[in-house]
Write a protein that binds this ligand. Structure first.
Ligand SMILES: [Cu+2]
Length: 156
């Protein structure tokens, strides 16, 4: 008698555990999935929109536009489109390294560049600038800066 009672209790416990085990995942996953889905959907567009794109078009002898603004410490892509008839580049100089004429230019002053883009070609590159400030942008091809091929990149 005693042993069969123990067996019944044990069996009942196992059935209860199995029943709980079956019920728990179903009961728990349904509300979790419902509440988690909107959160994940809201997060995804925000993180994907982080890369900022700016454009620069080169003509003789200027950039269009000739002023750009990006956020400090955040990656941005620059699409540089040479719509002109000769080679151009887009070179941002380091802070405090602004020049007045091309003769003052040295490679050591270059912060970043999209170099040597042939006529009617485009380049897209991704950069990140950590330090806020106003950076001078110039075309380093001989004679171009002196005829006004320059712009301003603001990092804020
Ligand atoms: Cu140029």
């Amino acid at each position: 008698m005693r042993s069969s009672t123990v067996q019944l209790i044990t069996l009942a416990t196992v059935v209860a555990l199995v029943a709980c085990g079956d019920a728990s995942p179903g009961a728990a996953s349904t509300p979790d999935a419902t509440s988690a889905t909107p959160v994940a959907t809201a997060d995804s567009p925000t993180s994907e929109a982080a890369a900022v794109a700016i454009e620069a078009k080169a003509l003789e002898w200027h950039y269009t536009p000739d002023a750009w603004t990006v956020a400090a410490g955040e990656a941005f892509t620059l699409e540089f489109n040479n719509a002109g008839g000769v080679e151009h580049d887009w070179t941002a100089l380091k802070l405090e390294e602004d020049i007045e004429k091309l003769a003052e230019f040295e490679e050591s002053k270059v912060l970043l560049e999209v170099a040597e883009v042939p006529s009617h070609e485009s380049r897209t590159e991704t950069f990140t600038i950590e330090e806020p400030g106003t950076y001078q942008v110039i075309c380093t091809v001989s004679g171009h800066f002196n005829t006004g091929m320059a712009g301003t990149l603001t990092v804020e």
